[in-house]
Ligand binder design. Sequence first.
Ligand code: ADP
Ligand code: ZN
Ligand code: ZN
Length: 665
Amino acid sequence: MYAQVYLKIGVTKLDRPFTYRIPDELIGAVVPGCEVRVPFASRKLRGFVISVDDKTDIDQSSIKDIISAKPFDPGSDGALFALAGFVHERYGGTLGQALSTVFPQAAKAKGRKEKPLKNPFEGLDLPEKGPVIELNPEQKRVIDTFSADRDKGKSPVYLLKGVTGSGKTICYIRMIEKVISEGKQAIVLIPEIALTLQNIMRFYSCFGEKVSAINSRMTPAMRRDQFIRARRGEISVMIGPRSALFTPFGKLGLIIVDEEHETSYNSENPPKYHGVDVAVERGRIENASVVLGSASPSVASYYHAKKGDYKLLSLEKRANSASMPRVSIVDMRQELKNGNRSMLSQALFDGIKERLSRHEQTMLFINRRGVAGTVSCRECGQVIKCSHCDVPMSLHKDGYLYCHYCGNRIPFRGECPSCHSRLIGTMRAGTERIESEIIRSFPGVRTLRMDADTTKSRDSYSHILKAFKDRKADVLIGTQMIVKGHDFPGVTLMGILAADLSLNVADYRASERTYDLLLQACGRSGRGENPGEAIIQTYQPDNYAIEAASRGDYTAFYEKEAAFRSMMDYPPFGHMLSVLITSYDEDRCRQMGDYLKAEILASDEGIFISGPAPSSITRIKDQYRYELLLKDASISRLCQARKTADRAVLFNRAPKGADIWYDFT
Ligand code: ADP
Ligand code: ZN
Ligand code: ZN
């Protein structure tokens, strides 16, 4: 047996792990995260074990034995080294990448003079500490279960499934109070998009100076300062996006992942780790409770809850006695038959008009900007694509076509590039066009628009939200950005345009995404005193994701989706590893794909592997993209195949000039 050990030496050049042999008498005692003593040159040094393996590629004669090992201490840095080992083992990439993921600021923090560290909220008006909210019976049951488990020293993974507005946040706060009373600390992950000051303040008003928060707009130095405060024990609660998962708390008691189904918890860069799985693993290593919260859990998490891996806690009712919105589905094919060619169905038009007369607010959600602005030819059916990226470009008001992958911009000539027909234009409406149509249809209406264009500057996002909350507009039009997490009591109508666009994506999770988007969107309506309504416009009214979302019936959706996935061996019933190969030379992509496939099959004859095939986006920034897809019921078999591929790339005969990326999908 061998261990990768990270040595505690102050010399930056040697800041990488070394491999040691585990002598027989220490087998079992040397586990990831434990502190060991090892020989190094003529000295004996201390270090933390990152991972334990039964083989090594390193020359046997140069490997030394571990001298001694201490029992694993979950409060030491060892816990984070063990987590880095997990990230590396599961998601691949180099060990260095795994280490810098888990210790993002470590390298830069060295040798820096200590100065007083600032609280990120310094200078802001503190919110009043509101009246203590009394939990309703459902919420009380959740907290009682959690507290009883804590008192028994149990720290399982919970799936907190609660409808929008059921008071999940109140539950999170009570759970945090519980672990703080035990002298422990908590991490709260919130998707970047919902990390508004308003949301952070809900925690700040309860825990005051004990709370810190990070976000991606902060400079690395600011984030590092907050991590240092956490390490010193100056704070007890860290709120942030994915990267907050690695907050170096020494007494971690709780990790909350709000909106656990959000794909933004999955890293786009190697190692492409999945935030929820890493949170569960960190909880296991450090004996911390993990709470995954969602109104529409990922199919994978709900599957684990049904199997008993996670403990299911439910909140079925809205907390402040607001009722769930009334949801209806409008068939847009029928609208066309009735002679309505506008983007608004008759029902939605009437609904907006009514809200305007009652001085209530409306939100209009358009499924996606990139898709919405797509220009296609009605004669030959071609879609205008970026010449570098092979993705559809989208037409903006300034008359230019934009590529959102590489920023390419070309003038739109109003003519089809392939058949020269002039019957060409945007088939689906983008946010700008909807806004124009609303302004035209309802004279005097005050609108706000929120999309990637209107939120480019630093504070524009929160300005738009605040203006809408302060009722400075009647209608807010936006992309997914407006769907998540916001609480606008004045909104009584949510119109969802082109509900099915997110179904037309080449991804097995398209239905799950659609269910979530629609449910969240509907949940924005009727959160205040007045009852809410939502109208879903679609060309596929019978689709089960759309239909179940309209009724808020997660279980019905889950049953259909689970049946489909298990039939197809899609996750969570099977696992899939995608190996992406990129190169400026298309032949090299293919050669590398063929080579890796042969190497993987040579070491594991029966494994399912398809490709190499061009990936759904075949070119980005002039780089070609090919993909191998591996499938198996066991994730460890796929990890093994990935290691084989990693090693094969290092062989002399391996093709050159292509990059490899791994992704569990
Ligand atoms: P969720 O996160 O589940 O969408 P929130 O935590 O935002 O729900 O709660 C929705 C609203 O209900 C908030 O305005 C909150 O203050 C209120 N609320 C939550 N629990 C209670 C309660 N027990 N009594 C009264 N109001 C509550
Ligand atoms: Zn054409
Ligand atoms: Zn492009």
